[in-house]
Design a protein around this ligand. Structure first.
Ligand code: PLP
Length: 444
């Protein structure tokens, strides 16, 4: 006898209270009208009709769900949505951006393989390449990916499995030319993997430009509110299938509730990225005209070194900008300490503006020489521009700049305050001799 209200066969056998309670509490509702939001499938296990079906689903002989680490409908819906926006055939969700990056690299790399990677990348990605994969016998050569001759030379120097780049990268908002890099990678038999975190698929779709896999921290712009951690890998069905298999074996599964939150962010991605980009370019233009600022980097500024590339590969300039105060470390510290609207925190891609001064926070253990080796100057600030009113941000920055200028003048002549040039984590990068030296910063 079917029970319309419960959606399961009504239990006519007399049973004890505990048994009835468990069965009653696990009955699914029948929903004749589809929900407008993807439900959160807060379940790890999925029931099959018989052992044959369970075995076939678990072994991927037929489509279906068996266990949460393998697949979950909410996570699958999120990954499919991002893949569609990225212009990719398939996608797979992860517990974090690093989970996605680790799985993408782990799928492609074996002991003895070589990677050519961008010299300016998220620090933990660099640490993963040199530390995690370095220990397993993978060598990484770091190059300036804006110098296509250098990339070509690095690829020609030895067989390479992966060329790795970021669409827009710290510290100076470097923009990679995916069309040229994908072409170089493929001509040398390498796969091209791109971290699209700073851009999001609204600004750039690396797969459409030739990348084999796109990886992304959905913790940032994709979800957009700094309240969920998630990652994504997208690419061809066959490659993403291999990434899924790697994930099943390593376990960085995305939680369905996190997938739901990240998916909610997708609906407003276009609106948010337009607003982030518009405010960021206006703020960057204003900053360029202010005394006490040496340099401003934003892809939409004509002064940006890769402005021409950015005009080709990005729909808009995005929400990330960087600028350099000429008062050095003291000016940078005074600037972020004086701001009242931006948050002093890690991360990026949120509704609120986030300003970071690496020399006094994540890279504080480095002196000016070591900072320079990491491509960072003492007065460098990074800004993830949020969705606040431009006028309020300008007023706040104006006030902080005045304080920073005074602090920089006061400290002039007496800098070099850092105790050590050694990165505090003591890791030894497994790079070859052509690599550009860059210490691993704090992983935020
Ligand atoms: C460019 C980039 N890629 C990957 C990551 C890692 O993402 P998650 O923190 O979600 O693991 C970050 C984190 O800041 C990032 O900035």
């Amino acid at each position: 006898m079917a029970d319309h209200e419960t959606g399961r066969r009504a239990d006519v056998t007399p049973r004890g209270f505990a048994t009835r309670a468990i069965r009653a509490a696990h009955r699914l509702p029948v929903v004749d009208q589809p929900p407008t939001s993807v439900p959160i499938y807060q379940t790890v296990t999925f029931t099959s009709a018989d052992a044959e079906e369970l075995g076939a689903v678990a072994n991927r002989e037929i489509p279906g769900y068996a266990y949460g680490r393998l697949d979950n409908p909410t996570v699958v819906a999120f990954a499919a949505a991002v893949a569609e926006l990225e212009g990719a055939e398939a996608g797979f969700g992860f517990a974090s951006g690093m989970g996605a990056i680790h799985a993408a690299l782990g799928t492609l790399l074996s002991a003895g393989d070589r990677v050519v990677a961008t010299a300016v990348s998220y620090g933990t990605t660099r640490a993963t390449l040199t530390g995690v994969f370095g220990r397993l016998g993978v060598t990484t050569t770091f190059v300036d990916v804006t110098d296509l001759g250098a990339v070509e030379a690095a690829l020609a120097a030895a067989p390479t499995r992966v060329l790795y780049a970021e669409t827009i990268a710290n510290p100076t908002i470097v923009v990679a030319d995916h069309v040229a890099l994908a072409d170089l990678a493929h001509r040398h038999g390498a796969s091209y993997v791109v971290d699209n975190t700073f851009a999001s698929p609204y600004l750039c779709r690396p797969v459409e430009l030739g990348a084999d896999l796109v990886v992304e921290s959905a913790t940032k712009f994709l979800s957009g509110h700094s309240d969920v951690m998630a990652g994504i890998v997208a690419g061809s069905t066959s490659l993403v299938g291999r990434v899924r298999d790697f994930q099943v074996d390593t376990g960085a599964s995305l939680d369905p509730h996190a997938a739901f939150l990240a998916m909610r962010g997708l609906s407003t991605l276009a609106l948010r990225m337009e607003r982030h980009s518009a405010t960021a370019v206006d703020l960057a233009t204003w900053l360029e005209a202010q005394p006490g600022i040496n340099r401003v980097w934003h892809p939409a500024l004509p002064s940006h070194p890769q402005h021409a590339v950015a005009s080709r590969v990005l729909r808009r300039g995005g929400g990330m900008l960087a600028f350099e105060l000429d008062g050095g470390r003291d000016a940078g510290r005074a600037f972020i300490d004086t701001l009242t609207i931006p948050e002093r925190t890690a991360s990026l891609g949120s509704v609120f503006t986030i300003v970071a001064h690496p020399p006094s926070t994540t890279h504080r253990q480095l002196d000016d020489t070591a900072l320079a080796a990491a491509g960072i100057t003492a007065g460098l600030l990074r800004c993830s521009v949020g969705l606040e009113d431009l006028e309020d941000l300008i007023a706040d920055f104006d006030n902080a700049l005045a304080v920073a200028r005074a602090a920089g003048e006061g400290a002039a002549g007496g800098r070099a305050t850092s105790p050590s040039a050694e990165p505090s984590n003591g890791r030894t990068p497994a790079t070859d001799e052509t690599s550009i030296a860059q210490p691993d910063p704090t992983p935020v």
